[in-house]
Design a protein. Structure first.
Length: 345
């Protein structure tokens, strides 16, 4: 109470006489305030989470012979995460290639025999049974070649699985295995997430859902003060039975600096609008908990106490103390200086 009273005395002691006849008065720039529609913003806390997060698992069996990354390491897309022994897979590939060569040779012989029989059969040199057998052998040999080729593809894929690559660029959050450990298909190897694509998750009170559907747009304020507007959001259609709120996911632009998964940011959206008066922050004189502006009344600059509200982009809402059409000094401290100069003898 003492500080408030002292501030009131200070504001009361500031000059407010007429400056209309002085040269200093002409240097005071004024602005006309007016009631204008201003959106009512609803501010919520949102948690940042990665859009891409995955756990890479083994697709073949073997012993780990090399680990290339550890927790908190940055990984490029397609970079080799680890290597698994490939002797068994290499031997399997060699065996399938040998089977393919054998099947190809048998197929060539079967196709040639079928060609010869097709030339002899019209002449009656071979029986119908021999002709049918030749056709069946040719067809069977051709299918054997296709089967052998498919096994080669499978064996090559199994060999490629011994070199585990990163599915996307990102950061390693967990390493599940150690070098020298034997792994089997399906076993988790690495976990990580992408730093390029993030989203914010928040809960919307049920009473604001209709307003958000009418204006599906968020203004996000990051920890570094940067603001981002996003219209890419997903409003879940089911309500949380405990909090009676709806979950919302808001997509962030790619590669935003200063965004860390798990961090809190501010998420705002417009629920309605109201008529309000805003003045530049430079128009205010603040002393302790009191604020005032210079307003022009009958060619005089009068210091008038005001009650302030929210701050937005260099402007302050005036809740009480000003009316629509009032003239206010744009720079209150400059006006104060001019007033003091006008009182010099």
């Amino acid at each position: 109470m003492k500080n408030t009273f002292f501030g009131y005395l200070l504001i009361s002691s500031l000059p407010f006489i007429s400056l209309s006849a002085t040269a200093e008065a002409k240097n005071i720039e004024s602005i006309s305030v007016s009631l204008k529609p201003y959106p009512n913003w609803v501010q919520l806390d949102a948690v940042v989470e990665p859009t891409k997060a995955a756990t890479v698992s083994a697709q073949t069996s073997g012993r780990i012979i090399k680990l290339n990354y550890d927790i908190n390491d940055l990984v490029a897309e397609g970079a080799p995460l680890l290597e698994i022994t490939n002797k068994e897979q290499g031997a399997q590939l060699a065996a399938t290639e040998a089977d393919y060569a054998k099947a190809s040779a048998v197929n060539v012989e079967a196709q040639q025999q079928l060609t010869r029989y097709q030339a002899l059969f019209p002449k009656g040199a071979i029986s119908k049974g021999e002709m049918d057998e030749a056709e069946a052998n040719a067809k069977s040999a051709q299918q054997a070649v296709s089967a052998a080729k498919a096994k080669i593809t499978q064996a090559r894929e199994s060999l490629n699985y011994t070199l585990v690559s990163a599915p996307f660029a990102g950061i390693v959050t967990q390493r599940h295995v150690e070098e020298g450990e034997t792994v089997s298909p399906g076993q988790a190897l690495y976990s990580g997430y992408s730093l390029a694509q993030m989203r914010a998750v928040t809960q919307i009170p049920q009473r604001y859902v209709n307003a958000l559907k009418q204006q599906p747009k968020f203004r996000l304020t990051l920890a570094n003060g940067k603001q981002i507007n996003s219209e890419q959001l997903t409003l879940f259609t089911f309500v949380d039975p405990k909090s009676h709120s709806y979950k919302v996911r808001i997509n962030l632009p790619d590669n935003v600096e200063g965004v860390i998964p798990g961090s809190l940011i501010k998420a705002q959206f417009i629920s309605s609008s109201r008529n309000a008066i805003f003045v530049p922050e430079s128009s205010l004189i603040t002393m302790n908990e009191l604020s005032a502006v210079y307003i022009q009344q009958n060619d005089k600059w009068v210091l008038n106490q005001v009650r302030t509200g929210l701050h937005d982009n260099g402007k302050v809402e005036i809740l009480a103390g000003l009316s629509d059409g009032d003239l206010v000094a744009k720079d209150a401290y400059h006006a104060l200086l001019m007033l003091k100069q006008s009182h010099k003898p």
